[in-house]
Design a protein around this ligand. Structure first.
Ligand SMILES: *Cc1c(COP(=O)(O)O)cnc(C)c1O
Length: 402
């Protein structure tokens, strides 16, 4: 057998194991733009409740026009990393728009937030330093931390007693950086940034928040967790994505203290060794932050939609995780039930995804919905009605349990 034939058998066995564990991820194919109403390749039209399209900007006509305009004036691709010949006036303008939005000093763009997180720790910290990380932080933070030689401490999700214990241990190191997601994507809870900040002050630590699910969403005007907890400009490092609320295309950023951003431009590997983001994405980004600068109508609608949806779902008898974001986790606990429920909802024209181990802990299977400012009350009502109908059929509503 050739080397590849041997390897092929190994891969086939791995794939079969994934499949037999019921963990094989199949992709459903969409044949329309990303939106609240989407058409699947099967021809079925469904209401989408599982996109990170929190502000409904993914198919926004203004963003599309801004992307076209930018492409017209600045071309299609950059064919360069930023420091060789990949920096246009538009890139600098977007970086400043993002800093203005978050009340920070400067911003550095990346191809994705995965890269922002992958490239933030190693340039700033050494084996003399400590990173104290929430147990439920995103995979990209975990990978970024692995690339850095700093001593690692982990605290239980949003557990401030445990964070304090870890901070005490981390007094052995030179610098300490606490890192947390702003919103945890599986439950929708917001990191207790006020308490984190207080502990950081007490134990001489810096703070980094990944605002991917909170930026555009959390806080009255969508400025994220620093708005929610009145800490605007106080947190040293924020990371985020252009791939969720802000149009949903691609692109990430780190924003914060100017010396931190300056050092990242010198040493952050995904920035130095990966292509500059294309003019169309940059132009649409500038348009997006202009749109959100003095207007929070989209946030108002998103907050109203979420409050309405959660209230009605609880009233209908569903077990909903307490949420402070646009994420609504309908707890079913049982993995096969989460898959049955999602499939039955799709028959009713409601597109949602069931999550189970290892994405969430064992016995914690759920359907996670994401509410958008683009959902209309009639869409929410249709979703609640479908959930209620299938919930009754499957005997899982609170009123049906004895
Ligand atoms: C989605 C997400 C990312 C990755 O963002 P991309 O720009 O898609 O790479 C990073 N961190 C968190 C917390 C996320 O939710």
């Amino acid at each position: 057998m050739s080397a590849y034939q041997v390897f092929q058998q190994h891969l086939s066995a791995e794939l079969a194991a994934i499949e037999s564990a019921g963990l094989y991820k199949n992709e459903r194919i969409i044949a329309s733009p990303q939106s609240v109403k989407i058409r699947l390749q099967s021809g079925q039209e469904v209401l989408n409740f599982c996109a990170n399209n929190y502000l409904g900007l993914a198919d926004n006509a203004g963003l599309i026009a801004a992307a076209e305009e930018a492409m017209h004036h600045r071309g299609y691709g950059m064919s360069s990393v930023r420091f060789i010949c990949g920096t246009q006036d538009f890139h600098k303008q977007l970086e400043l728009s993002i800093a203005d939005f978050f009340g920070t000093e400067d911003t550095i763009l990346y191809a994705a937030c995965f890269d922002a997180n992958g490239g933030v720790f190693e340039p700033l910290l050494t084996e003399q330093d400590a990173i104290i990380s929430d147990a439920l932080n995103h995979a990209s933070i975990i990978d970024g931390v692995r690339l850095c030689k700093a001593v690692r401490y982990r605290y239980e999700n949003a557990d401030m007693n445990d964070l304090e214990v870890q901070l005490k241990k981390a007094q052995a190191q030179r610098f300490r950086l606490i890192v947390t997601d702003g919103v945890f994507s599986m439950d929708g809870n917001v990191a207790p940034l006020d308490a984190i900040y207080a502990l950081a002050q007490k134990y001489d630590a810096l703070v980094m928040v990944d605002e991917s699910h909170s930026a555009g969403v959390v806080g009255k005007t969508g400025r994220g967790t620093t708005e929610q907890f009145k800490l605007r400009g106080q947190i040293e490092i924020l990371t985020g994505t252009l791939g969720k609320a802000f149009g949903g295309a691609i692109g990430g950023f780190t924003t914060g203290k100017k010396e931190i951003i300056a050092l990242l431009r010198q040493r952050s590997r995904p920035y130095l060794f990966s292509n500059s983001i294309p003019p169309a994405v940059v132009g649409a980004g500038i348009y997006t932050f202009d749109l959100l600068k003095n207007n929070h109508d989209l946030q108002d609608k998103l907050h109203q939609n979420t409050a309405y949806f959660v209230e009605k779902m609880i009233a209908a008898g569903f077990d909903i995780k307490p949420t402070q974001s646009a994420i609504c986790a309908v707890m079913l606990y049982d993995a096969p039930l989460s898959q049955t429920m999602a499939a039955r909802l799709l028959d009713e024209g409601i597109y949602v995804t069931g999550f189970y181990y290892p994405v969430v802990p064992k016995g914690q299977a759920r359907i996670r919905l994401q509410i958008s400012a683009a959902h209309e009350p009639v869409d929410l009502d249709k979703c609640i009605a479908a959930f209620t109908k299938i919930g009754q059929e499957l005997n899982i509503l609170n009123s049906q349990l004895t």
